[in-house]
Design a protein around this ligand. Structure first.
Ligand SMILES: Nc1ncnc2c1ncn2[C@@H]1O[C@H](COP(=O)(O)OP(=O)(O)OP(=O)(O)O)[C@@H](O)[C@H]1O
Ligand SMILES: [Mg+2]
Length: 380
């Protein structure tokens, strides 16, 4: 049995053993006992595996919950947990789940990805990777944006690991997923309330408050989903340059708007206009992750946020962009490349001052890409 699950519950998971053992399977989705899909190389397909019946599936989920000190039953019909090996599991049981017990297991990938891997996967160009590296070095506040499963956490992990060694990083997450390779890292995880055991909640907001008192150089919030957006912006704007987070959004501009909406979710007394200018001035770089229809996960945009214009609109400029040039007729894979958009970021002088090896010429797009960028060229 895979190291994912202990032997004690191993036999209960026998119906999906081959999927757990297969390292090319990144995610297993169980929609009731008789329907199982997997994701392999970015593409989702159905597999013949089946659990004997709902009872058997439920029993294995109960055992998994128990193994991580949690309960799943009619009073607690949802489970969202991290397994000891780092894999993530989410479960919803009937009657909420109409197909029968519904499960998604995001398997922990043993090999830690780095910037080089993202370049090899075609998810980033070598120049874009070097540019991001320089941004991490000089401490640009960075938001990683993307849809569900688009590679945000992976990107945050990769970028976090590129921060200068001398910096003290405070990482705050709902469930500890990030494994940032750095010398001075402090990691916090939220706690859910449990009335039965008189355990009170410790939220992301609480942990950011504590983190700010713990002399952080940079703060990293795994996933910004609520009013903690405001706390992260505050941290970014108050000397914690190079702080980062991820947000669910489909374009860099959407990411700004999303962050603004999240800030306004609670009972904040700050007027919306002021929040917008906070977002505009705190955020500097947006890295947009996208999952394309061919199964590829790519960085679609790296953009700079320059603030808010006189009409209250965000000024967002693309620095690098992935352009699709065609489609392989045999494999169906998209062909394309990440190219610079001809825009030199406002902070380029910082690269020069720090003697970073990133010449200005790297922002110039190649001749062939100009037609693909024509709209951008007009704006630039
Ligand atoms: N550039 C990439 N190329 C190929 N696979 C990738 C890439 N980035 C991430 N992945 C894989 O995609 C899956 C989802 O990645 P990740 O957990 O980073 O996404 P996410 O956007 O954080 O998801 P969620 O919205 O669920 O938090 C993982 O299995 C990961 O290994
Ligand atoms: Mg994630």
């Amino acid at each position: 049995m895979s190291s994912v699950f202990q032997d004690a519950i191993g036999s209960l998971l026998a119906p999906i053993k081959n999927l757990l053992d297969d390292s090319s399977v990144s995610e297993i989705m169980i929609n009731g006992p008789h329907e199982i899909f997997v994701e392999q190389k970015g593409l989702v397909h159905k597999v013949p595996n089946k659990f004997p019946d709902e009872e058997a599936l439920m029993a294995s989920m109960r055992a998994i919950a128990q193994s991580v000190g949690r309960i799943i039953d009619s009073d607690n019909p949802r489970l969202d947990a991290r397994l000891p090996d780092g894999s993530r599991i989410a479960v919803v049981i009937p009657p909420m789940a109409k197909n029968g017990t519904t499960v998604a297991i995001r398997k922990f990938s043993q090999e830690k990805l780095g910037l080089k891997d993202l370049i090899n996967f075609g998810s980033l160009s070598a120049d874009a990777a070097r540019f991001l590296d320089c941004c991490m070095y000089v401490g640009k506040n960075t938001l990683v944006s993307g849809g569900t499963g688009s590679g945000k956490t992976t990107m945050l992990n990769v970028l976090g690991s590129r921060m200068p060694k001398t910096q003290r990083l405070l990482i705050i997450e709902d469930s500890a997923e990030l494994q940032i390779k750095a010398e001075h890292v402090v990691q916090f995880e939220t706690r859910k309330a449990n009335k039965d055991r008189a355990i009170s909640e410790v939220s992301i907001r609480d942990l950011i408050e504590s983190a700010l008192r713990l002399r952080p150089d940079r703060i990293i919030v795994g996933e910004v989903r609520g009013q903690e957006a405001l706390d992260l912006l505050n941290a970014m704007g108050t000397g914690h340059d190079g702080s980062m987070g991820t947000v669910h959004a489909n374009t860099p501009l959407d990411a700004c708007t999303r962050l603004e909406t999240l800030c306004l979710m609670g009972e904040t007394k700050i007027p919306p206009d002021a929040i917008r200018s906070m977002v505009g001035s705190a955020l500097q770089i947006i890295v947009q992750c996208s999952r394309y229809h061919d199964g590829g996960r790519r960085t679609s945009h790296i953009s700079e946020v320059l603030g808010v214009d006189a009409h209250g609109r965000y000024i967002v400029r693309d620095i690098f962009k992935w352009v699709q040039t065609g489609k392989d007729p045999e494999t169906g894979m998209f062909q394309g490349e990440m190219v610079p958009c001809g825009y030199v970021p406002s902070f380029f002088e910082q690269f020069v001052a720090n003697k970073l090896p990133f010449p200005k010429s790297k922002f110039r797009p190649p001749e062939w890409a100009l037609p693909f960028l024509s709209e951008k060229k007009k704006a630039a």
